[in-house]
Write a protein that binds this ligand. Structure first.
Ligand code: ATP
Length: 412
């Protein structure tokens, strides 16, 4: 099946927003066995939209549209589809009732009358409910199902929910895959290209498929299998996963539902260890990340943001260390971790120093990050250089801090 994606919205053409919807959908199609041929962005213009739909229906079996399903004048996806199919827009009473209900329940006010537009479809179209927003999607078939247009809202989280819950099952039936099951493995401490290298020929497997994604909490590996039934697809994944695990074992920290802070928290609990932090480079991000895990108070005692030399000294970094190495150095970071451990009377501590930039700090280049952990007196450290924004630098610094601790705890 040949597909194309149309992203609707003048904002995309003005460069105000990035087309993350197309990016997401593009990643979703290969496991379904659907080939993507084109991605286009079109402004909020009825004529150009209709032209794009016509062209899409000529050259593709499946046209996936996001955006332009809102209630305002410049939301024209519905109108353009109705132009192309030559069918008028009709209000669907049950959809109108659902929308009025949504406004009453979720927004606590009556539905503005212009939203009635969102309760319309053409007669041959089916609507896809949107339980978390006001723009229902559309599923329209032509030529006895040989050509399909799927329209979804532009708001990314509404689109994703609709895609996963309603569009994927319909497409799976259409392409003849009885069931599609995915499993995600999460890695930390390894980059995406290194992960792909480690996986070798496994990334070329066709069923299950294996794909790598760089995410905010490390690298995700998604194994996806197609089979007659969900049970059979799960069996294919079960048989495939050990080969994957064998290659990425040093970096594997959990599955879909496992967050790194919770996994590290679980290890601290298991070993009966308490934790403290002293942060310079990460400016509080590390404490923020640690406390993402529910029940972190079981093991997390506290932390200090020690930005100045004086603050580092006050926490307990010996002035000899500061004099000899300066405020940003591997030695200083080690001393900071030990100082935090002593100050908070914790079993383990993590410390960060570095240069978030922009620009260098004297001799030390921008992006330099030092992380150290002290677990019951045993010190471990890591020096890295990131070429990225300040915000991203801090985020990665926090993740590296947790990674270093995770690595030490899992080998205990
Ligand atoms: P709604 O009525 O729920 O607002 P809609 O279908 O009318 O949805 P748009 O008005 O086109 O969607 O877009 C709503 C918002 O969704 C945009 O302001 C933008 O932030 C986001 N958005 C739209 N299209 C995309 C896209 N392709 N990629 C990422 N974000 C998008």
């Amino acid at each position: 099946m040949k597909a194309e994606i149309l992203s609707v919205g003048t904002e995309l053409l003005l460069g105000t927003i990035l087309d993350t919807n197309a990016n997401y959908i593009a990643q979703q199609l290969p496991p379904l066995g659907i080939d993507l041929y084109y991605i286009s962005a079109i402004g909020d213009n009825r004529q150009r939209l209709a032209d794009a739909f016509r062209r899409g229906l000529e050259r593709s079996d499946l046209v996936i549209v996001t955006g332009g399903l809102g209630p305002t004048e410049d939301d024209l996806t519905r109108e353009a589809i109705s132009d192309v199919f030559g069918e008028p827009l009709e209000v669907r009473p049950e959809l109108e009732a659902q929308l009025r209900e949504f406004f009453a329940r979720r927004r606590g006010r009556p539905m503005p009358e212009r939203n009635v537009k969102q309760a319309t479809t053409i007669r041959s179209g089916t609507y896809l409910p949107n339980p978390i927003g006001t723009a229902p999607g559309w599923w329209v078939e032509r030529d006895g199902g040989a050509r399909t247009i799927v329209a979804m809202p532009g708001v990314p989280h509404e689109m994703r929910k609709m895609w996963e819950e309603q569009v994927v099952p319909r497409l799976a039936r259409k392409v003849g895959a009885g069931a599609i099951v995915s499993r995600t493995l999460k890695l930390i401490g390894i980059g995406e290209s290194h992960a792909e290298e480690a996986l070798g020929e496994l990334v070329r497997s066709t069923n299950p498929t294996l794909a790598t994604y760089a995410k905010s909490d490390g690298i995700h590996l998604r194994i996806t299998a197609k089979a007659e039934t969900a049970e059979a697809a799960t069996r294919l994944i079960d048989a495939f996963e050990p080969a994957v695990q064998e290659r990425v074992e040093p970096w594997f920290y959990g599955y879909e539902a496992d967050s790194l802070p919770a996994v590290v928290g679980g290890l601290l609990r298991r070993h009966g260890l308490s934790l403290a932090v002293a942060e310079s480079a990460t400016g509080g991000r590390l404490a923020d990340l640690i406390t993402e895990a529910a029940g972190a108070s079981d093991y997390f005692l506290g932390g200090s943001v020690v930005y100045s030399r004086e603050a580092k000294a006050r926490l307990g970094v010996p002035s000899g260390v500061l004099d000899a190495h300066g405020t940003i150095a591997l030695e200083t970071t080690r001393a900071l971790a030990s100082a935090a451990r002593a100050y908070f009377r914790a079993d383990a501590a993590i410390a960060t120093t570095g240069v978030a930039g922009p620009g260098a700090a004297g001799e030390i280049p921008e992006g330099t990050l030092y992380v150290a952990v002290d677990v019951e007196g045993a010190l471990h450290e890591q020096a890295t250089r990131y070429s990225t924004t300040r915000t991203e630098f801090k985020r990665r610094g926090a993740l590296d801090g947790l990674y270093l601790l995770w690595r030490e705890l899992r080998s205990r």
